[in-house]
Design a protein around this ligand. Structure first.
Ligand code: IFM
Length: 492
């Protein structure tokens, strides 16, 4: 691949388009006890026997907390225009409430200043799954008060960084962390409770709304959005049952959080399947939960192919696979006992695998990203879209030359970037693409085994080595770079 391809790719995007890389605090920082940081739910979860593959934990991870200066230099060398990272709530408020821990905030000030000096847009997410353990002890996301705590935390961070950071994401993938953390027990805090999950859905929705208003109160000019995991849902066959199952999967996976924020209502198929009181809504919530997010962040890794049942033991896609395999399944559907004796029924679902799979078992399906972008555009008009994560893990190791020759990852990004370009031609208002991830890192319950990075990390030495995909991506960033600064104010 030469720079010719890079120029051709960059030329398909407007000059304001930002090419970026993404990480999250817990997955790369390490230094979990440094400078007054409090404990998070993930330390507790990692201590549970069997919770994390091979017993890995994030105590060191990529040691980014100590190496951030070198990491900024590496990012700058890649030529990216935007760096998406997250802020660790337990560094800012060790117990999740009260005065800010200055040393924790100072770390992010240094990081943001370093990025700005390097001409890179700092693009923080306020919550990427590391809840202070003290808040879990008082009920976690299933407790109403946690929404108010999140708004306080948001205000504290905005007061210090709001003068330098223009674009803010409130949450990362609320459906993933509530379902896996409260319903399936696969992520921290490891609960398996439908009532807790339903309450968490509404508390996190209110936290979005309260956090949005808190951010705007401190810094009215801030652009505030949130980041959602989304996947197009396709019926396995044309039959009515599969279509109905697909509409349900779409409502739950894609709209459970966006619909209340954008329209003030939870999606109807979801409401039909639960007793409303299970959400523990209060008078006035309907009006309060509607907020005009400035942009919508999207992470798309696969499609969902949905069936209402059948005898096939399905080759299942990621999330619905977890729902079905982790819950007792009867007669082709998963039943969840809900309060009041009602039943939330997620019908059996199965995926075909026409595309190859990544090391996560996820089908490679670039069309999924295209379809998600256009469905957002159909549903919410020309709202600016930030692609906050796109990427893949493969079983790979350095060759004899010490370099990872990851042609599979290059092909992945090439196809997904083409899908974005096509969606933009179709009207999607996309303003960035962030490769997930900058580094191989702590992949939650899967530990360090799946490697998502553009840069390989040797966890024994902390040596970072650019993979072939990083060189390929760098060529695109550099080709685009000449034009980027003019429109958005970051750049050379
Ligand atoms: O590593 C995660 C990230 O934290 C959230 N989105 C999906 C990625 C890959 O699983």
């Amino acid at each position: 691949m030469g720079t010719r391809e890079a120029w051709d790719i960059a030329a398909r995007f407007p000059s304001s388009f930002l090419w970026g890389v993404a990480t999250s605090a817990y997955q790369i920082e390490g230094a979990l006890n440094a400078d007054g940081r409090g404990r998070s739910i993930w330390e507790s979860f990692c201590e549970r026997p069997g919770a994390i593959d091979r017993g890995d934990d994030a105590s060191v991870a990529c040691d980014h907390y100590h190496r951030y200066r070198d990491d900024i230099a590496l990012i700058r060398d890649l030529g990216v225009g935007s760096y998406r990272f997250s802020i660790a709530w337990p560094r800012i408020q060790p117990t999740g409430q009260g005065a800010a821990n200055r040393a924790g905030l100072a770390f992010y000030e240094r990081l943001v200043d370093g990025l700005l000096e390097a001409g890179i847009r700092p693009f923080p997410t306020l919550y990427h799954w590391d809840l202070p353990q003290a808040l879990e002890d008082t009920g976690g996301w299933a407790a109403r008060d946690t929404a108010a705590r999140f708004a306080d935390y948001t205000a504290l961070v905005m007061q210090v960084l709001g003068d330098r950071v223009d674009h803010w994401a409130l949450f990362n993938e609320p459906f993933i962390f509530t379902s896996r953390g409260y319903l399936l027990g696969r992520y921290a805090p490891g609960r398996r409770s439908l009532p807790d999950f339903l309450r968490a859905v509404h508390v996190v929705t209110m936290a979005h709304a309260d956090g949005f208003r808190a951010a705007k109160a401190v810094r009215p000019s801030a652009q505030v959005g949130s980041v959602f995991a989304m996947a197009p849902c396709e019926p396995a066959t044309d039959c009515d049952d599969d279509r109905a199952a697909t509409a349900y999967a779409d409502a739950v996976f894609n709209r459970l959080f966006t619909a209340p924020l954008f329209t003030g209502r939870y999606p109807q198929p979801f409401l039909d399947s639960i007793p409303l009181k299970a959400l523990a809504m209060r008078p006035g919530d309907t009006e309060r939960m509607r907020v005009p997010l400035d942009f919508l962040g999207v992470n798309t890794y696969y499609r969902l192919v949905v069936s209402s049942g059948g005898d096939n033991r399905p080759d299942l896609p990621y999330f619905l696979f977890d729902v079905l395999s982790d819950q007792r399944t009867t007669g082709g559907h998963a039943d969840f006992s809900a309060p009041g004796g009602n039943i939330l029924r997620i019908e059996n679902a199965f995926g075909r695998s026409e595309g190859k799979r990544t090391a996560m078992g996820w089908e490679i399906w670039p069309r999924a990203l295209h379809d998600v972008l256009l469905s957002i555009t159909r549903d919410y008009g020309a709202i600016p879209i930030e692609i906050c994560e796109s990427g893949c893990a493969f079983d790979e190791s350095p060759g004899t030359d010490g370099v990872v020759h990851d042609q599979g990852r290059i092909a992945y990004h090439r196809a997904h970037i083409a899908a974005v370009a096509e969606a933009m031609q179709g009207g999607a208002n996309v303003r960035s693409y962030h490769a997930w991830s900058l580094y191989d890192n702590f992949e939650w319950a899967s530990g360090y085994r799946p490697r998502f990075g553009l840069a390989h990390v040797d966890f024994a030495t902390q040596r970072r080595t650019l993979k072939d995909s990083a060189h390929w991506y760098r060529d695109i960033c550099r080709a685009a770079r000449g034009n980027v600064g003019a429109a958005v104010g970051y750049g050379d």
